[in-house]
Design a protein around this ligand. Structure first.
Ligand code: BGC
Ligand code: BGC
Length: 603
């Protein structure tokens, strides 16, 4: 009996001490042995939802490994329930394949589960950079993961750890800032929050650190452009986010559309394989950017060959080459490349091992369908509170003459103006419901800044409102919300970052009434603000705060203090751009880290 017991204890200790990864490796090996070449290539194929001709037929026929919902890949019902139902339907098809490997679904939940109507929209990364607070970033990522899993989705193409070095770039707001130090800390915090303590947790989702490497360093800030720096600069400025991401447990990454000294990243074997996978020991998998491999060669076959051989593990495929069914070309051509020994079988096996290892670590098979409990929490009050807290921490006070702020809740009358005052869409910016975002009431739920002000003041206080700043007569103070209209990616590249004429006119109209003017700027980056700064008594950089405009009022009315610090050096003129801390000549309007508080004495 004793012997049996001892044997049992011994067995138990052995079983428990066996690292989990070993058993996952064994499962991966076993699965890989059973797979045909077609099934392996299927795992390496990610198709945009709208590009699949017949979901039932093609998910099964090609044993597709992944589906994504692109920024504008609308499903017919974009409510949380609608998303969950579509997700469940597609996942059911994966269970009709021979090996029943679950699909992994990817989205750009870059500031909340932002394609879903009614999901909480958090401030964009530039605003989180202003918080300098990894704890709030971790919380945001955890809430985002929970909202995603509520609709089934298990994979987020985030965090973007671009180090944005030129404000002309339309993706500046997707970056935590110009300083690699801020980016690496907040990027790692995002990975931790998104993936939780264990990837197999049903409320965790897979993070995807992007865009490797140097996306924020392109010449003239051109989106998808060329980053012309030496390797030492590439490594010190742009690499730290990935090193920390790997340490934080990131298991997927996305190469950048951009080039390094003329070589496109999707074909850069040195950086993708030698540096990332070998030197940095990245064990996860690489998913391409949207149709990015198509840019490597006008011949799609050669493009596939170059990217897979460079180290790409999964291709993200919308309708490429102006035609539908690009994924069928990808599958057919890659199969032929393997048969002709242009792509070694060992490369295919390596890619599939990486993908399966993530899928098994996530226990996707054990949590196949959308989580009903989490579905009920999408857009909940608790989740909105996290966003509101982030908004408060992200506001940067640039000017506060005669302590015009904080505002009094008992003032007689405020005049609120500007095209951003009553526009949740402008607060949210790009990547909100649609790829490019839109102004107005872009999503259900949330609070505009105008509404937030109304919610905060006393019953006796009157609030008047006009877009152009007229009608401010007899007000104690004017509050003007101006800034950029929503955009995403290359659509946001700008050579002129001045405020629009209508914004400047609105400031002029308010100023003409001789009342103190508080300007709140909604923007994805520093803008050229000299004249409006002069005309204003107080000036707040609010970035793109998302749906929870109440967080802005919380600070304007002094329930909370300002604590945000600039994540970018603020240029005086366009001629100064790019301007970054560490430049030989550094004379910005406001330096990196600038930000006033109510305690500070300002004149
Ligand atoms: C962007 C990526 C994004 C992908 C999928 C691309 O255009 O560069 O950041 O993840 O689209 O929407
Ligand atoms: C998609 C986005 C993608 C973009 C790239 C859009 O149509 O919806 O997800 O990032 O194209 O060009």
């Amino acid at each position: 009996m004793k012997l049996v017991l001892a044997f049992f204890v011994c067995f138990l200790t052995l079983a428990l001490s066996q690292p989990k990864t070993n058993s996952i490796d064994a499962q991966v090996q076993a699965l890989l042995k059973k797979m045909t070449l077609e099934e392996k290539i299927g795992q390496m194929t990610q198709v945009d939802y709208t590009a699949i001709t017949n979901h039932y037929d093609d998910i099964i026929k090609y044993s597709l490994g992944s589906v994504l919902w692109g920024g504008s890949s609308e499903i017919s019902d974009i409510t949380p329930k609608g998303w969950a139902a579509t997700y469940d339907t597609l996942q059911r098809f994966s269970q009709m394949t021979r090996l029943k490997v679950p699909l992994i679904f990817g989205v750009d939940a870059v500031h909340g589960h932002n394609n879903v109507d009614g999901a909480v929209i958090f401030p964009h990364n530039i605003a989180l950079g202003a918080t300098r607070n990894p704890q709030i970033v971790e919380k945001i990522a955890a809430v985002t993961a929970a909202e995603m899993r509520g609709t089934g989705v298990q994979w987020d193409f985030a965090p973007c750890v671009a180090v944005s070095r030129n404000e002309r770039w339309g993706r500046t707001y997707e970056s935590f800032g110009e300083d690699p130090e801020i980016v690496k800390v907040l990027g790692a915090a995002f990975v931790k929050g998104m993936q939780g303590s264990d990837l197999s947790n049903p409320a965790s989702a897979l993070a995807c650190v992007k865009h490797f490497l140097g996306d924020g360093g392109t010449t003239n800030g051109k989106d998808q452009g060329n980053t012309e720096v030496d390797e030492a600069t590439l490594r010190t400025v742009h690499l730290p986010g990935y090193v920390e991401g790997i340490k934080a447990g990131a298991r997927s990454m996305m190469p950048s559309y951009s080039s390094w000294n003329g070589v496109k990243m999707h074909g850069n074997k040195y950086l993708l394989t030698d540096v990332l996978k070998k030197e940095l020991k990245f064990e996860g998998f690489l998913v391409s950017d949207w149709a990015a491999i198509d840019q490597l060669d006008t011949n799609y076959r050669s493009a596939i060959e170059k990217s897979v051989n460079a180290g790409l593990d999964m291709a993200m495929i919308p309708n490429g080459h102006g035609q539908r069914n690009n994924y069928i070309d990808f599958i057919t051509l890659l199969k032929d490349l393997v048969k002709k020994k242009k792509v070694p079988m060992s490369r295919i096996d390596d890619a599939v091992k990486r993908i399966l290892s993530v899928k098994l670590s996530m226990n996707l098979a054990g949590n196949l369908y959308a989580n009903k409990e989490l579905l009920a929490q999408v857009g909940s009050k608790e989740h909105r509170e996290v966003a509101r807290e982030a908004v408060r921490q992200s506001l940067v006070l640039l000017k506060n003459d005669n302590a015009v702020l904080p505002l009094s809740k008992n003032a007689k009358k405020f005049h609120v103006a500007g095209k951003g005052a009553d526009s949740i869409g402008m607060q949210c910016g790009g990547w909100t419901i649609g790829w490019q975002g839109s102004s107005g009431n872009v999503t259900s739920g949330g609070t505009s800044i105008l509404q937030a002000i109304k919610n905060t003041v006393s019953k006796e206080t009157k609030i008047s409102y006009s877009i152009d700043g007229s009608g401010a007569d007899s007000s104690d103070i004017g509050i003007l919300v101006v800034g950029e209209q929503p955009y995403a990616e290359m659509m946001g590249d700008r050579d002129d970052l001045g405020l629009s004429k209508s914004d400047l006119d609105a400031i002029g109209n308010m100023k003409a009434k001789g009342i103190p003017v508080v300007v709140i700027l909604l923007s994805g980056r520093p803008m050229i603000i000299n004249s409006s700064l002069e005309k204003s008594n107080a000036f707040v950089a609010a970035w793109l705060p998302g749906t929870e405009g109440q967080g802005v009022a919380d600070v304007l009315f002094g329930d909370y203090n300002f604590s945000g610090k600039l994540p970018h050096s603020w240029p005086k003129t366009m001629q100064q751009v790019p301007i970054n801390v560490g430049d030989k000549e550094y004379d910005p309007l406001f330096p990196l880290g600038y930000g006033l508080t109510y305690k500070e004495k300002v004149q």
